[in-house]
Design a protein around this ligand. Structure first.
Ligand code: ATP
Length: 276
C-alpha cells in the first residue's frame, strides 16, 4: 500500500543553510497493518508524512501510496489517503456534521452517498451525541474525532496519524488508539507517528526508529528486541540513538548537515547504556 524508497528532503533554511531533514528513508506498509514512526522532535517524521500526503515534494527518492506516485499522481494519492494531526483547524461556527460534510463535498462526494457515509462514520466514531455542536463549544476529544472523521470521509484505504495524541488527556488518547485498532481490523493501512514509546509498544505491528532524518532500524518489537539483545524498549531506543551519535562523532557517517534533534540531547554512550 505504501512504498518509500531512499526518500530525502532538503530544506533551505535561513539560519542553518541547506539542511537535510529526511535522509534516504525506506520502508513499506501493508493493508491491515499499523506502522509506527517513532522519533524525538525534529527527527523528520512530519516531513515524511507530509510528502506521503502530497503537501510537500521530496528532494529525492520515490514514494507511492496505493500504487500512485506522490509527485506524478498527486490527485490520485489524495483520493487514497487521509491525514490526521493534532492541530487540524476546526471551524467555530460549523457543527460536527457540517464540517465533515463540507470535507466530503470537497472530495466531490454526491449528496446521497455522503449522507450514508456520514451516518456510518458518526456511528463508528460515536459522534452522534455532538452531531449538532458547533466547533466553538467542542471539547478537545470531540475536535479530535471531527478531525478523524474529516480525514476518513472519502473512505481512503490509507490513514496517517501524525502525533495525533499530542495534547489529549489519557482517556481521549486511549479512545483514539482503540479507533486506530478498529481501522486495522477493517483492513486499513495505517501510519502512526509519535515520540511516545509506550504508544508504539501497545499499538504498532512494526516500528521504524527515526533520528536526525534517518531510520536507524525497522522491525516488529520482537525483532528489534532480539536484534539489539534488549528487552526494555526504552533502553533499546536510547541505545540506538546514542550509538548513532557515537558513529557521527567518530566520523563514520558523512559530514553533510543533518537534522538537529530538536532539543533532544543524546550523549554518545556505548550501545545499550542510556543517556536520558
Ligand atoms: N519548512 C522548513 N524549513 C526549514 N526547516 C524545516 C522546515 N520544516 C521542518 N524543518 C526542520 O526539519 C527537521 C525535521 O522536522 P519534522 O517536523 O519533520 O520532524 P518531526 O520528527 O515531525 O518532529 P516534530 O514532532 O517536532 O514535528 C526539524 O529540524 C525542523 O526544524
Amino acid at each position: 500500500m505504501i512504498h518509500v524508497q531512499h526518500l530525502s528532503k532538503t530544506y533551505q533554511d535561513l539560519q542553518r543553510g541547506r539542511f537535510v531533514a529526511v535522509d534516504g528513508v525506506s520502508f513499506s506498509v501493508r493493508a491491515g497493518e499499523i506502522f509506527g514512526l517513532l522519533g524525538p522532535n525534529g527527527a523528520g517524521k512530519t516531513t515524511v508524512l507530509r510528502i506521503l500526503s502530497t503537501i510537500l515534494e521530496p528532494s529525492g527518492g520515490i514514494a507511492t501510496v496505493a500504487g500512485f506516485d506522490v509527485v506524478r499522481d498527486a490527485a490520485d494519492v489524495r483520493r487514497n489517503i487521509g491525514f490526521v494531526s493534532n492541530n487540524t483547524a476546526i471551524y467555530d461556527r460549523m457543527t460536527a456534521w457540517e464540517m465533515v460534510q463540507y470535507f466530503g463535498r470537497l472530495h466531490g462526494m454526491k449528496s446521497d452517498l455522503l449522507r450514508q457515509r456520514l451516518e456510518t462514520l458518526f456511528d463508528q466514531l460515536r459522534m452522534n451525541e455532538f452531531r449538532d455542536v458547533p466547533g466553538a463549544k467542542m471539547s478537545t476529544g470531540m475536535k479530535q474525532k471531527v478531525s478523524i472523521a474529516r480525514a476518513m470521509v472519502h473512505d481512503p484505504p490509507v490513514l496517517v496519524f501524525d502525533e495525533a495524541t499530542l495534547g489529549l488527556d489519557v482517556l481521549v488518547a486511549r479512545n483514539l488508539l482503540s479507533v486506530i485498532r478498529s481501522l486495522r481490523e477493517a483492513g486499513k493501512c495505517l501510519i502512526f507517528s509519535t515520540h511516545i514509546m509506550s504508544e508504539v509498544e501497545r499499538l504498532c505491528d512494526r516500528i521504524a526508529i527515526m533520528y536526525r532524518g534517518k531510520i536507524l532500524d525497522t522491525g516488529t518489537l520482537d525483532e528489534l528486541r532480539g536484534r539489539h539483545r534488549e528487552d526494555d524498549f526504552e533502553e533499546l531506543f536510547f541505545g540506538l540513538l546514542s550509538q548513532h551519535e557515537q558513529e557521527r562523532r567518530n566520523g563514520d557517517l558523512d559530514g553533510s548537515v543533518m537534522a538537529d534533534p530538536g532539543g533532544w540531547s543524546v550523549a554518545a554512550t556505548a550501545p545499550g547504556e542510556t543517556s536520558a
